[in-house]
Design a protein around this ligand. Structure first.
Ligand SMILES: Cc1ncc(COP(=O)(O)O)c(C=O)c1O
Ligand SMILES: [Zn+2]
Length: 369
């Protein structure tokens, strides 16, 4: 068995790559890997995510749809702190890892059925999926919240996708995207196991770029949890394959307004605000469908969670920009989380730390003052 798509709740095994939830219990799906990570199988002459083609067997068997995503720079920020510039991906965010893997695996199946893809997103995943659909010659319909950031809304349209604004909160947007329609294939990045599975590649890259040593801590922003869960799975795969003997401390960073994971992980009660006004416009999932999975897996790998205020986000955003790293405020949340743990002596001043800078600053609607 090279891989298996399985329900994370009832363990049902599925044969279709197109499934986005369990047909028996509705639970979220996972990709289970039946092979080891093997450094000898890396295509070292390929400077993109597809150097790991052998470790994505369901895509490898098909025509790969790529814009040369992944293998993003790992840049020294200070003595022991490194920034992973996911903002340098083709559409400006880490989402391209998920899109290239998902679209590569599915585009032929959807074309054979003369279908089109449907996706819901706060902006970045929609832009990314629209780009890879364009690259594959597939039609895409992207559903976004009314509050979508202008630059992301424009980007989706420039890729040629049809984009629809939906009012009434993030869950309503997902509902609309999932509504059954003829020839519609829902590939929503939050639920689709292949999108999340693409994030595994980030763990492989970090290990390679740190010279096969595991960083002590990794800080990343969390909303729906695809990045967090994918990175955890990647490091677990490396550990199960005996390539590493310790796991990094993975720290999930959330905003005060949107912090369901932080609260549940710490055993605290979370009351989401009625409307979200955070500058971190990509972090909007107050009730993420994968919340239970996130808490379970973060506990399994002995990770941590941290919550930051709006003031801390802006401060981190400006400090990054004034050091030459222009990222989205949503990405600055990870740096703010690191700074908070550093000030309270939770994070190390000496051992290697990676901050995942998830999205490009050109996507922000903030104005300089
Ligand atoms: C720039 C940016 N950072 C972080 C995230 C959070 O990722 P996830 O929803 O997978 O938790 C998103 C999600 O939209 C994003 O666009
Ligand atoms: Zn199930």
């Amino acid at each position: 068995m090279k891989y298996e798509i399985k329900c994370s709740v009832c363990n049902k095994s599925l044969s279709s790559l197109l499934a986005f939830k369990c047909p028996s219990c509705g639970g979220p799906l996972d990709v289970e890997l039946g092979f080891n990570f093997d450094p000898d199988k890396i295509r070292t002459s390929n400077y993109s995510l597809w150097r790991y083609e052998q470790f994505f067997p369901y895509a490898q068997e098909r025509k790969i749809i790529t814009l040369s995503e992944g293998w993003t720079p790992l840049v020294k920020f200070s003595d022991n702190v490194y920034a992973k510039l996911e903002s340098g991906n083709p559409t400006g965010s880490f989402k391209d890892r998920g899109s290239t893997v998902l679209v590569s695996a599915l585009h032929e199946l959807i074309k054979e059925a003369e279908g089109y893809i449907s996706e819901d997103s706060s902006g970045n995943a929609g832009a990314s999926m629209a780009a890879y659909a364009a690259r594959a010659g597939l039609k895409a319909k992207i559903y976004v919240p009314e509050t979508v950031a202008g630059p992301k809304f424009n980007q989706i349209q420039f890729y040629g996708a049809q984009v629809t604004k939906i009012s009434g909160g993030r869950a309503r947007v997902a509902e609309e995207a999932q509504k059954m329609e003829r020839r519609k294939f829902y590939v929503g990045h939050i639920l689709h196991p292949l999108f999340r599975d693409g994030m595994r590649s980030l763990a492989y890259e970090l290990l390679e770029q740190f010279g096969w040593s595991v960083p002590e801590r990794i800080y990343l922003p969390v909303s729906a949890g695809t990045l967090l869960l994918g990175v955890i799975n990647g490091f677990k795969h490396l550990s199960d394959s005996k390539e590493i003997d310790v796991l990094p401390k993975i720290v999930a960073c959330q905003t005060e307004q949107v912090s369901p994971l932080y609260h549940l992980f710490k055993g605290l009660k979370y009351d989401p605000p009625e409307t979200i006004t955070s500058v971190a416009d990509a972090l909007v999932s107050v009730k993420p469908p994968l919340l239970d999975m996130m808490v379970k897996r973060l506990k399994e790998v002995k990770g941590d969670a941290v919550m930051v205020t709006e003031g801390e986000i802006i401060e981190a955003f400006l400090e990054l920009a004034r050091s030459g790293f222009f990222v989205e405020p949503s990405s600055a949340v990870a740096f703010a989380g690191y700074k908070k743990q550093l000030h309270t002596n939770v994070s190390s001043k000496h051992n290697n730390v990676a901050i995942i800078l998830t999205g490009n600053g050109l996507k922000t609607t903030l104005k300089p003052t």
